[in-house]
Design a protein around this ligand. Structure first.
Ligand code: BEZ
Ligand code: FE
Length: 303
């Protein structure tokens, strides 16, 4: 076959996928080719414009290294990350909602027990907060020993990985035998997504802001339950309605209150600390679901 035209080229490219053995890969590639070609025809893409697109994608790739993941950021600002979360995590009633992983997860954070201090080694202070709650099944059964992988930005809105090799404000916090967890941290603040790369240029071109509402990240897991990758946002944050990566869910907005003096003393917190109580609820495992999600987390994450 030769002499392809605007009308025959798409089918010709799809026909050459016939040797793909994995049916799911074949389905994805077929749809991708059809949508890409339809897009080019829809906007009548010029060669100069497509070359600009290639330059942009090249710059995204070149910005990536062992610590910087510009492709995740691109997926996030295009809403594609949250679209895949929405497709794959239709939250079962009562369970904690999932949201984006983001580019700053790292494997291997230090493990803490009940009351652990994630402020250890922090290079910057913030407002002290006692974070606590329970991990239960979606119908309220405590999950002893559930694991919470927590990470958040420093008070200047920068993640440890962006400037250093030392972990900061991260920890794997293990729930006790009643499914209760607690740790000491700082109240998160809103911050800008990384704007010093091609994705930053793209966001600037839209005229939109580039802020994320204050949040801490959590991956909560336990044997027999679906892992949830989520955030806890801060009630009252000015960017809750305009998150640059579309990740806010009402059920994930937490209330920070003043911690009572007796509670502060009991838990070794300074007098004027805050507290955040937030309960995580997990759905029972579905065969394959946990595996797929884990694989995505592991390959996306900077480690
Ligand atoms: C984050 O919350 O760490 C994040 C998520 C998406 C893009 C940039 C940062
Ligand atoms: Fe974040």
């Amino acid at each position: 076959m030769r002499q392809f035209t605007e009308d025959t080229l798409t089918d010709a490219v799809v026909a050459r996928l016939k040797g793909i053995k994995n049916p799911r890969f074949k389905q994805i590639m077929t749809s991708l080719i059809r949508h890409l070609h339809a897009f080019a025809k829809d906007v009548q893409l010029t060669e100069e414009e497509w070359f600009e697109g290639i330059k942009f994608l090249t710059a995204v790739g070149q910005k990536c290294d062992a610590k910087r993941q510009e492709f995740i950021l691109l997926s996030d600002v295009l809403g594609l990350s949250m679209m895949t979360v929405a497709i794959n995590h239709k939250t079962e009633p009562g369970a904690t909602e999932a949201t984006v992983l983001g580019p700053f997860f790292a494997h291997g954070a230090k493990e803490f027990g009940y009351g652990g201090d994630l402020r250890e080694g922090a290079t910057m202070k913030g407002e002290d907060v006692w974070v606590h709650g329970r991990v239960t099944s979606k119908d309220g059964k405590p999950i002893p020993g559930a694991m919470l992988d927590i990470w958040q930005a420093r008070a200047d809105g920068i993640y440890d990985l962006q400037t250093s090799d030392e972990f900061e404000l991260r920890g794997r916090v293990k729930a006790n035998d009643k499914g209760e967890y607690a740790f000491k941290s700082y109240k998160p603040k809103f911050y800008s997504i990384p704007m010093d790369g091609p994705v930053g240029d793209l966001v600037r071109a839209t005229g939109n802001h580039h802020m994320r509402p204050a949040h801490m990240h959590a991956i909560v897991s336990a044997p027999g339950y679906q892992q949830v990758i989520t955030h806890v946002f801060v009630e009252g944050d000015p960017y809750l309605d305009g998150d640059a990566v579309y990740a806010v869910k009402n059920s994930l907005v937490g209330k920070y209150r003043k911690l009572g003096a007796a509670e502060a003393k009991k838990n070794g917190m300074p007098e004027k600390s805050l507290e955040l109580e937030f309960n995580f609820k997990l759905s029972p495992d579905r065969v394959g679901a946990k595996k797929a999600r884990k694989k995505i987390a592991a390959s996306d994450a900077v480690a």
